[in-house]
Design a protein around this ligand. Structure first.
Ligand code: SF4
Length: 460
């Protein structure tokens, strides 16, 4: 009973967040930076922030996460971090020689008001940046937004830095995948290749945060979107932004720079969201969905139909990032489950609007909320008042799952106590099979555990 002090009675809080369902902006900015080949993320703030951000990403991806820091001390905290950042950039290019440095701020540098765009200009003007090297910067104060906001901000900053406008458009599309796992990015590339759709996808963390063991440490692994590819985003004829919270800002930036039209789509998690994505790509590009993908869809639907009796009517509580929650809630409804409690720490009015469209007609009594007070403490209270058969969320959900004795499926960020999330996609039809498998295993393990001897079945 680690959460034994959580009361069932819900008291509306105005200022206090308890066990937030989010983490801080720079982590998202750092993750997006790893999707550029040869990029070193740089944290403009104190060492402690950078250490926390790196360790969170390392624990989730089980990979070394390299990032540098401006290493603020008392002096920088009072007088500003300009000299720290310029000295850091000089050291970074001298010692590590990345192609790109992606600078994000922290609460401290934002509070003292450092203007990183001006410092960056000074570093170039003073000749501190070697020829051909690039610097991206984004503002990521963590007292607003969440890791998702930081991710979206860095994606937009990458577009601002690299997108080169052209009059002549090619037959290539831009794909902004949202905050998904390296395996999801690999899967999206595979799907587009199966459809013969030329594209540039960024950020692309496959081959960066899921690298094979070679016996050698590579500071800049071979994955990631290259600068040359990023520069072609302005000549693509269309942009697909997957996830409004994670990707829309970048699509708008490309549109602003290169007049490239865009569609914001749900993350292709589950059957219907994947259908919508692939059909839209087919409509815009004129490329048909091949039989091989239709067969994948058929296999996913077959599995769901075969196991329908285990899903049907089961109540689910879920928490995490809004773009994932929209598609996942829809998928749960499609497989006849009942999402009854949903929280996301990421703020934004669109959350309630979109969630109401998805769920209000299907489960009129469902609780959903986002923002600072939509924390896992509130989720736990809701569960105490209306118990559920399944909990879905990141590793922090294990405390609620243990206290309330609920089957638990890990999904989202961070997952720091299990593996597999970075290797097996949840997007596309094969991702739908993976999610369904994880849910079924949790529910069937519970059924086995609780079955009396006379009802303990070999065949399920
Ligand atoms: S001080 Fe701000 S940026 Fe640093 S770890 Fe804390 S919340 Fe994140």
């Amino acid at each position: 009973m680690l959460l034994r002090h959580t009361p069932a009675e819900v008291a509306e809080r105005k200022a206090l967040t308890i066990n937030p369902a989010k983490t801080c902006q720079p982590i998202g900015a750092m993750y997006a930076s790893f999707g550029i080949h040869g990029c070193l993320p740089h944290s403009h703030g104190s060492q402690g922030c950078c250490a926390y951000h790196r360790s969170t990403l390392t624990r989730h991806y089980k990979e070394p996460v390299m990032a540098s820091t401006s290493s603020f001390t008392e002096g920088a905290s009072v007088f500003g971090g300009q000299s720290n950042l310029i000295a850091a950039l000089n050291t970074i290019f001298t010692v590590y020689n990345p192609d790109v440095v992606a600078v994000h701020t922290t609460c401290l540098s934002e509070t003292i008001g450092d203007d990183v765009t001006q410092i960056k200009k000074k570093a170039f003007d003073d000749g501190k940046i070697p020829e051909g090297k690039r610097i991206v910067n984004v503002s990521t104060p963590s007292y607003v937004g969440s890791h998702v906001t930081g991710f979206a901000g860095m994606c937009a900053a990458i577009a601002k830095e690299f997108c080169v406008p052209t009059e002549e458009k090619t037959d290539q599309i831009n794909l902004i995948p949202g905050w998904v796992e390296p395996a999801d990015m690999r899967e999206l590339k595979r799907l587009m290749k199966e459809m013969n759709v030329p594209m540039v996808m960024y950020p692309d963390t496959s081959g960066v945060l899921d690298t094979p063991m070679t016996g050698e440490h590579d500071m800049f692994p071979k994955g990631g979107t290259t600068i040359e590819q990023l520069e072609t985003t302005g000549s693509s004829f269309h942009t697909f932004a997957l996830g409004k919270f994670g990707s829309e800002d970048a699509a708008r930036e490309i549109q602003r720079i290169a007049k490239t039209p865009f569609d914001v789509m749900d993350l292709p998690i589950g059957i219907r969201a994947t259908d919508r994505f692939l059909m839209k790509v087919s409509e815009i590009t004129g490329m048909p969905v091949p039989d091989s993908i239709t067969d994948e869809r058929g296999r996913a639907v077959d599995l769901i139909a075969d196991m329908q009796q285990y899903f049907s009517g089961k109540k689910v509580a879920l928490f995490g990032d809004p773009d994932q929650l929209f598609a996942l809630t829809e998928f749960l409804l499609d497989i006849d489950m009942k999402p009854v409690h949903i929280v996301s720490g990421t703020p934004g009015k669109y959350f309630s609007q979109k969630m109401s469209e998805i769920i209000d007609d299907e489960v009129p009594t469902a609780n959903y909320r986002n923002g600072s007070r939509a924390d896992t403490f509130l989720l736990h209270q809701w569960i105490k008042n209306e118990p559920v058969d399944l909990l879905i969320g990141n590793s922090y959900g294990k405390y609620i799952a243990r206290d309330e004795d609920i089957p638990f499926v890990r999904m989202g960020f961070p997952i720091v106590d299990r593996i597999g999330h970075q290797y097996f996609p949840t997007v596309g039809y094969s991702g739908a099979i993976r999610i369904a498998e994880n849910i079924l295993n949790a529910l069937m393990d519970r059924q086995d555990r609780d079955a009396p001897e006379e009802r303990f079945e070999l065949v399920m």
